[in-house]
Design a protein around this ligand. Structure first.
Ligand SMILES: N[C@@H](CCC(=O)N[C@@H](CS)C(=O)NCC(=O)O)C(=O)O
Length: 325
């Protein structure tokens, strides 16, 4: 049974995801990899969802897995018809992500989160946990994509190479707890004590990342991109424009205090070469949205922490969202 995200011991506690099935390259599996069968419902504003569209783009899965954008936030994700957001759910005409979960289980007890990986054939949620969705995208569809994009042909052995798995898992664990989810624990703190209790470990972890990158390596595990870079990136690219301001993660900023992290992030962000190694995945999933991060988090914090008491103020800085290379 899914748990709700709650303030436990005065701190934000993110509930585990509820649907944990896997798409597989095996044609006899329950969810075999097939072109056109699956869809991702998400908002590119959500950092967890952002991971999945980066890997979808890196792997050239745009023609294989559909993308349906929704908008909203802590008060629900909806089809609004604004910008790239669809006016209605293209499969069932539903109005919201809540409706999608209710379609699978009318008594669904958890939160109606994005991303959702949907199976159009059996009309159900395959998985709603981004860390698992990126693993599936990394390898399960490899027989359907051009040879150079397959994990076995990638320099360094792909996004989750066998020899590095234990190290990647170990790094992901503390990056998730202290950084990816750490910023939320700070920004959703209901009290000064929990704010401070989570703030210092966040910056200790950023210091640790900075020291890893300080030897001049291109990526967290050396010369080649892994899923650990993807998972860290979505938090770093939101840091100065949203977490520093809205979530009060302000002991330091990335641009002024973490030169190696900032350089690493800018290299990923500014790579707009569609024919290049990363198929412009970071740029095209971030650049259209980076100016909206501050508003998204301001609204969420106003709702979650302040119960909508008082005015909603959206911080406008920094003037330069991300410096050029
Ligand atoms: N563990 C999930 C977390 C996803 C998540 O928390 N998504 C947020 C948006 S950034 C959400 O949909 N929240 C809506 C809610 O909690 O009601 C994952 O990584 O996929």
């Amino acid at each position: 049974m899914a748990e709700k995200s709650v303030y436990k011991d005065g701190s934000f506690n993110r509930a585990p995801s509820s649907f944990r099935n896997f798409i597989s390259a095996d044609p006899n599996s329950r969810f075999p990899a097939e072109k056109g069968r699956y869809a991702l419902y998400l908002s590119p504003l959500c950092p967890w969802a952002h991971r999945t569209i980066i890997v979808r783009a890196i792997k050239g899965l745009e023609d294989i897995v559909d993308l349906y954008e929704v908008d909203g936030g802590s008060e629900g994700w909806y089809f609004t018809g604004e910008g790239r957001v669809l006016a209605a759910d293209p499969l069932y005409g539903l109005e919201s992500i809540r409706d999608l979960y209710k379609k699978v289980n009318p008594d669904f007890p958890g939160r109606f989160t994005v991303p959702v990986l949907w199976d159009k054939k059996t009309h159900t949620i395959v998985n709603n946990e981004s860390s698992e969705i990126i693993r599936m995208f990394s390898s399960a569809f490899d027989h359907l994509i051009p040879e150079p994009l397959r994990e076995s042909n990638r320099p360094g052995g792909g996004l989750y190479p066998e020899p590095l798995r234990a190290q990647i898992d170990e790094l992901n664990e503390w990056v998730y707890d202290k950084i990816n989810n750490g910023v939320y624990k700070v920004g959703f703190s209901p009290a000064q004590e929990s704010y401070e209790a989570n703030l210092y470990p966040l910056f200790d972890a950023l210091d640790r990342v900075e020291s890893i990158l300080a030897d001049g390596r291109r990526f967290l595990f050396g010369e080649h991109l892994t899923e650990a870079d993807v998972r860290l990136y979505t938090t770093i690219v939101r840091f100065d424009v949203a977490y520093h301001t809205v979530f009060m993660c302000n002991l330091k900023s990335i641009r002024h205090d973490y030169p190696h992290i900032y350089f690493w992030a800018r290299r990923l962000y500014w790579d707009a070469d569609e024919a290049g190694e990363f198929r412009a995945a970071f740029n095209k999933t971030t650049a259209p949205n980076i100016h909206r991060y501050s508003e998204g988090y301001a609204k969420t914090r106003h709702h979650v922490v302040l119960g909508k008491q008082g005015p909603l103020i959206v911080p406008k800085g920094p003037k330069v969202l991300i410096d050029p290379l």
